[in-house]
Write a protein that binds this ligand. Structure first.
Ligand code: 5AD
Ligand code: SF4
Length: 479
């Protein structure tokens, strides 16, 4: 079920009109811990913004918090297990601090609400990704000694009018969300159920957020969406295909290529990145806009999931191996020096050894700069869980995954080795974790570069000559 709203007390016949009684947070301290994708981290900044407006403040220390929130991820079983462990450690802290409120936000909210609240009584409040505006009144209920939950999914909510509070950032890079939800229904994926229908954010609010980031001295923004290529503003509401728009809607519509064309000129010193691209929707127009603007980074994260067309069909990805290769060729033609990364799933239902080899051969063909590689993890209520058997033995999944990882490491190293001897403009993000005397930053290709600090600092653009590399990092010196 996609849309539910439960106020536990309502079940006991005690309905409350929560909207009519806003209350200030009185400086109460909120600690938010985020898991999963960049979208979740970005959402935590929206949560902070909503709560700060109500008089709450944020803290980076769980120990001094009056309210702790876990912004959760459901994408794979392991992500959920990590969150459950973390809730248990919050419970221990609550023994010392009984007034502390524990809340679960994000993708686990809908799935786990009754378990977390009623059965195991682990948390006080559960709030889904589209209900954050309701947080102040939900917290008020909890203050009144009740448990509270709102996991309604919306077809319109984009939080477009809010000004996110940049949490725990480096003051250099920031996320700007441009769409919410996903309509793609990949059969393995829980996101359409946890985050609901896809909707695009009004372009002017995106441009205003970027203008503000520019004023605040930010140097890089990442436009975020589950499928940025399907961004289409036509006036608000759930996603529609361009062909289905009315004449007026078509006239005022803005697609992803047009949006980037508007964002890039705002501040040429700001680098633009975006994630995630979808092979079925990535147009040549998007690639041409990337080529046109120097400050749009030459890097595309283009998940392929499998190199075999039968498996792609079963995954409902909406493209074949040939189509994917066609998109790779388009990238190479339009942006010859573009780096490409991917997501891949191994051991999907019924995947044969031959089909696994197709994944390896696609990797050989593209030679990705980087890849996120996963074993298939069956998720409750997804289409794959309902239609297919999760029949690949765990050892086979693990062996196929390690073959994929080995191949990718080889390709990552080869790619980075090609950069040795070259000079790149690096945007400095901060001090290297390994040494205080070194800085780290990224190239346009999203490769991490480490180099001696000298007098440079976070936010600087520095020309760095690459002298050597590992399979994950370029090592150089400023010139
Ligand atoms: N099992 C394994 N990996 C998954 N992903 C999404 N759902 C699953 C699942 N059920 C991976 C996909 C996606 C990335 C964000 O997570 O590769 O692109
Ligand atoms: Fe999940 Fe597919 Fe949507 Fe990505 S595009 S969030 S994998 S359903």
């Amino acid at each position: 079920m996609l849309e539910t709203k439960t106020i536990i007390e309502e079940k006991q016949g005690e309905a409350l009109d929560r909207k009519s009684k806003p209350i200030a947070g009185n400086g109460k301290k909120v600690y938010i811990e985020s898991y999963g994708c960049q979208m979740n981290f970005s959402d935590s900044e929206i949560v902070a913004s909503i709560l700060e407006t109500e008089g709450y403040s944020t803290t980076r220390l769980m120990q001094e918090a009056d309210i702790v929130f876990l912004n959760t991820c459901s994408i794979r079983e392991k992500a959920e297990q990590t969150v459950r462990k973390r809730i248990k450690s919050f419970r221990k802290e609550k023994v010392r601090k009984p007034h502390m409120i524990i809340g679960v936000l994000g993708c686990m909210a809908e799935r786990m609400k009754s378990k977390l609240l009623e059965e195991e009584k682990l948390v006080d409040v559960v709030v889904g990704p589209d209900a954050y505006r309701d947080l102040p009144s939900l917290l008020e209920e909890v203050d009144g000694g009740r448990k509270a939950v709102n996991v309604i999914l919306s077809k319109e909510e984009t939080y477009g009018d809010l000004n996110p509070v940049r949490l725990g950032g480096n003051g250099v890079t920031a996320f700007v969300s441009i769409t919410r939800g996903c309509d793609n229904m990949c059969t393995f994926c829980v996101v359409p159920f946890t985050r609901g229908r896809e909707r695009s954010r009004e372009p002017e609010s995106i441009l205003n957020e970027v203008r503000q980031l520019s004023k605040d001295g930010y140097r890089e923004i990442t436009l975020l969406g589950q499928n940025v290529d399907s961004y289409l503003w036509y006036g608000g509401g759930p996603r529609k295909d361009f062909d289905k728009l009315s004449k007026e809607e078509k006239e005022r519509s803005v697609n992803f290529a047009q949006l980037m064309d508007l964002v890039a000129p705002i501040d040429r010193k700001i680098r633009i990145r975006f994630s995630t691209s979808h092979p079925k929707d990535m147009t040549d127009d998007v690639l041409k806009v990337m080529a046109k603007h120097e400050n749009i980074c030459k890097y595309i994260h283009l998940p392929f999931q499998s190199g075999n067309s039968r498996i792609l069909e079963m995954m409902n990805r909406g493209y074949t191996r040939e189509w994917y290769i066609n998109r790779i060729e388009a990238i190479k033609t339009i942006i010859p020096d573009c780096s490409i990364s991917a997501d891949v799933i191994t051991g999907f239902c019924s995947e044969t050894e031959e089909e696994h080899k197709d994944t390896l051969s696609l990797m050989e063909y593209v030679k990705y700069h980087f890849a996120y590689m996963f074993k298939y993890s069956e998720r409750p209520n997804t289409l794959a869980q309902r239609k297919y058997e999760d029949d690949i033995p765990e050892e086979t999944k693990a062996r196929r995954l390690s073959e994929i990882i080995d191949l990718q490491q080889k390709h990552s190293l080869e790619r980075l080795q090609k950069d040795v001897g070259k000079t790149y403009e690096v945007l400095v993000e901060g001090v290297s974790k390994k040494s205080e005397n070194e800085l780290y930053g990224r190239t346009t290709h999203n490769s991490v570069v480490v180099f001696p600090k000298e007098n440079y600092k976070a936010g600087d653009y520095v020309m760095v000559k690459i002298n050597s590399c590992t399979s994950a990092t370029l090592i150089g010196e400023a010139i």
